[in-house]
Design a protein around this ligand. Structure first.
Ligand code: ARG
Ligand code: MN
Ligand code: MN
Length: 302
């Protein structure tokens, strides 16, 4: 029987500075996600969007940009709680959830939902580490914090809704990192996450690096969550993102990595996040997201 993929939109933009990433789910759907998924041999089922508030509807206090806090914290909690439930029930029905962001804060919901019933590993394909906490954040933007939340780091340790007890940091892998804040560097020194930076990819090539990532993420667990932040790719290939960093992976390296993920047959759930249509070129980045999802779920050249 064909694997059913449940497509869940999480149209947030309050977790990031640049507005417009809430249009990501529509843009990814209009770029032909369902057809791409069918070409990968899976059966898409559309779940629609989680309701996320516009920043304008929220408390002016939480809207103001500042460091050392988590802006839109209550909104993030409400959206991520709903999203976690939706992801968990899709999995309980034997479906594979694909979550369309929105900014990367939605991963707090998708991963905690995905890890609710049993242990899981996670691979973060991202230019950034997303390991800030409210007190270390230079921006107050929660899209820079989801991994810290899921691992219960700092202030997140007391927040049950944000942590994923079935995700051990030994099974968390960052791939393609090239922008880390000072507190994130210190944390990566101390902790047991696996970090494979762009320099590792330069030296050893994408295939060897993704092999290592899959190895670490599945050590002692059967399945993984893949969180794909489109700013993982070089901005020449993925211009429609709010926090671009030069020196990312190429179009072909990204596909190769996703094909390797598919070959391992260990994917439980997937995020496609940070696609911002207001910054894109003719929906190119949304299209790329659909293609990479297809590769991650089994579409092959031959
Ligand atoms: N998911 C992302 N694009 N995160 C970007 C985070 C940028 C920066 N490290 C911050 O915390 O503000
Ligand atoms: Mn990023
Ligand atoms: Mn990210």
């Amino acid at each position: 029987m064909e694997q059913i993929v449940r497509v869940i939109g999480a149209p947030t933009d309050y977790g990031a500075n640049r507005r417009g990433v809430d249009m990501g789910p529509s843009a990814i759907r209009y770029a032909g996600l369902a057809d791409q998924l069918r070409a990968a041999g899976v059966e898409p089922v559309e779940a629609g969007d989680i309701r996320a508030p516009y920043a304008e509807e929220c408390d002016p206090e939480t809207r103001s940009l500042r460091t050392g806090t988590a802006r839109f914290f209550d909104e993030t909690k409400a959206v991520c709680t709903q999203l976690a439930e939706t992801v968990e029930s899709a999995l309980a029905a034997g479906e594979l959830p694909v979550v369309l962001g929105g900014d990367h804060s939605v991963a707090i919901g998708s991963v905690s939902g995905s890890a609710a019933a049993s242990p899981i590993g996670a691979i973060w394909f991202d230019a950034h580490a997303d390991l800030n906490t409210p007190s270390t954040s230079p921006s107050g933007n929660i899209h820079g914090m989801p991994l810290a939340a899921l691992l219960g780091i700092g202030e997140f340790g007391e927040l049950e809704w944000a942590t994923a007890p079935n995700l051990r940091e030994e099974n968390v892998v960052l791939v393609g990192l090239r922008s880390a804040d000072e507190a994130e560097r210190a944390l990566l020194e101390e902790r047991d996450l696996t970090v494979l930076t762009m320099s590792d990819i330069d030296r050893r090539g994408i295939t060897a690096v993704v092999d290592d990532a899959l190895e670490a993420a599945t050590d002692g667990v059967d399945e993984i969550h893949v969180s794909l932040d489109l700013d993982w790719l070089d901005p020449t290939a993925a211009p429609g993102v709010g926090t671009p960093v030069r020196g990312g992976v190429t179009y072909r390296e990204a596909h190769a990595a996703m094909e390797q993920v598919a070959a391992r047959s260990a994917i439980r759930s997937l995020d496609l996040v940070e696609v911002n249509p207001t910054l894109d070129r003719s929906n190119e980045t949304a299209e790329l997201a659909t293609e990479l999802a297809a590769s991650a779920l089994g579409k092959r050249i031959l």
